[in-house]
Design a protein around this ligand. Structure first.
Ligand code: PRP
Ligand code: URA
Length: 212
């Protein structure tokens, strides 16, 4: 698995305000979208394209356009939904599928409670979005799910990651056929005893949409 950690002052600036506990939900939602758009620039570096003939007002020329099938974006509910708009702004012709996953806050075990995805992802380039990679359990399950349906290459995008989560994904993705890339806004220090990222930003879903 390739790990991409873009080093950009705007990403660090926006992440600082996202982490701040004084940041309210409307601002948190805006920042999550903006951060996704900045990370999307790196995440889509290998998006599939093909030559495309056009004529400018001056001369014919060959450009490029996105290939078919179009990329599939998969926000992992709930918190991944906060990144969706920032991604489709850059890739408006992409399709969107949904995976709902919930971490038990006591055992840290993952339950998949929803999936609305094409049954066959053969040949599809997939972007999985989740702001938090903590133990890595949710993203590892999501990636397995996408690989089992035939995704041909997968890019996971997370705003924050713990080293423990990255190591777990590295281990679990070591033996899979499709190439997997992880794009992260920041790699934090560690997990605490409750499985929360330190310093992190708290519970991303709650900060986006309220406490459930
Ligand atoms: C959060 C987050 C990830 C997961 C990360 O979701 O959005 O999906 O926890 O933790 P992990 O790496 O240890 O699996 P949560 O389960 O709290 O659900 P929510 O998005 O509905 O709030
Ligand atoms: N899920 C979150 O929302 N935050 C964490 O720090 C860990 C898991």
């Amino acid at each position: 698995m390739r790990v991409v950690h873009p080093d950009h002052p705007l990403i660090a600036h926006k992440l600082t305000y996202l982490r701040d506990k004084r940041t309210d939900s409307p601002t948190f939602r805006r920042l999550a979208e903006e951060l996704m758009t900045l990370l999307a620039y790196e995440a889509t570096r290998d998006v599939r394209v093909e030559p495309f003939e056009i004529e400018t007002p001056v001369a014919p020329t060959t450009g490029i356009k996105l290939s078919n099938p179009k990329p599939l974006i998969v926000p992992i509910l709930r918190a991944g939904l906060g990144m969706l708009e920032g991604m489709v702004r850059l890739l408006p012709s992409a399709e969107v599928g949904f995976l709902g996953m919930q971490r038990d806050e006591e055992t840290l075990a993952i339950t998949t409670y929803a999936n609305r995805l094409p049954a066959d992802l053969s040949g599809r380039q997939v972007y999985a979005l989740d702001p938090m990679l903590a133990t890595g359990g949710s993203m590892a399950d999501a990636l397995r799910f996408l690989i089992d349906r035939g995704a041909s290459d997968i890019t996971a995008v997370c705003l924050l990651a713990a080293p423990e989560g990255i190591e777990r994904l590295q281990r679990e993705m070591a033996d899979v056929a499709p190439p997997v890339t992880l794009v992260v806004g920041a790699i934090d220090e560690r997990l605490n005893e409750h499985g929360y990222i330190v310093p992190g930003l708290g519970d991303a879903g709650d900060r986006l949409y309220g406490v459930v």
